[in-house]
Ligand binder design. Sequence first.
Ligand code: C2E
Ligand code: MG
Ligand code: MG
Ligand code: MG
Length: 277
Amino acid sequence: KAAGRGTYRFFEPAMNAQMQARRGLEIDLRRAMALKQFDLAFQPQIQLESGDVTGFEALLRWNHPERGPVSPALFIPLAEEIGVIVGIGEWVLRTACREAARWPHPASIAVNLSPVQFRGGRLVETVTNVLAQTGLDPARLELEITEGALLENTDSVLDVLNGLRALGVKISMDDFGTGYSSLSYLQKFPFDKIKIDQSFVRGMEGNAECGAIVRAIARLGASLGMRTTAEGVETATQLDAIRAEGCTEVQGYLTGRPMPAAQAAALLSASPSTLPA
Ligand code: C2E
Ligand code: MG
Ligand code: MG
Ligand code: MG
């Protein structure tokens, strides 16, 4: 018993520190919206054939006064766990649509949806309201979902996707190829766009397998009538490669980093913009 206690005492401080750090982040996250600590960055999406900007993806930023910028990879899973992602996600949607409605070109705006936003049965209503409030043409809104959204209650999620589609918005499958059954979902729902995960694009230089995978996804998209975006393109070599493999669009640091709203609007004023077919 004495040894057990000793072992316990040995682990306790580390466990407590970890739990306290998480608890601290959670408290801050619950307050972040009221304190206006969230912001959006906009990353350009480029049509490969013309080189024109087709639209932007809205990416959530949390600027914490003491912690500095907190990565979405860190706080979004926590926001999902404690449920605040529903409110935050609605704020992202409204802010992104309001911004896009003011752009000098009718470029598209892509917004990420968490699987949690599909529960509760209010997503179609929320999107309907935001479109009405902001006056954005539904055809300009693209909602990005990951396979995670389709893992649980697939049928009810498909109902929601069909409801969103009926509003006239577009639906993209994000991070394609990283899940367990991405292919089966392509057969269940006619996505407008497939976004090829960065890991395949990153691996194309010096890895023939990644090139073959990107080519296969681009062809699959073409035969299903879906556009294909290569994500995470950072080098000219990668750009040449994804062009050769037949992707229709590119989004990556090479063609544009996530930028503040004003800069995105200025980019649209300065360069031609092509509305996706
Ligand atoms: P995602 O939707 O796949 O977004 C693309 C991520 O890749 C963004 O990271 C973007 O900054 C990054 N990226 C783009 N081009 C490059 C590149 O050339 N190189 C590298 N290394 N990275 C690149 P970010 O902004 O950190 O977001 C990470 C993830 O967090 C997103 O992945 C998305 O899953 C999630 N996320 C971001 N904003 C939201 C949001 O408003 N709602 C929800 N539910 N999730 C969001
Ligand atoms: Mg995305
Ligand atoms: Mg992605
Ligand atoms: Mg991702």
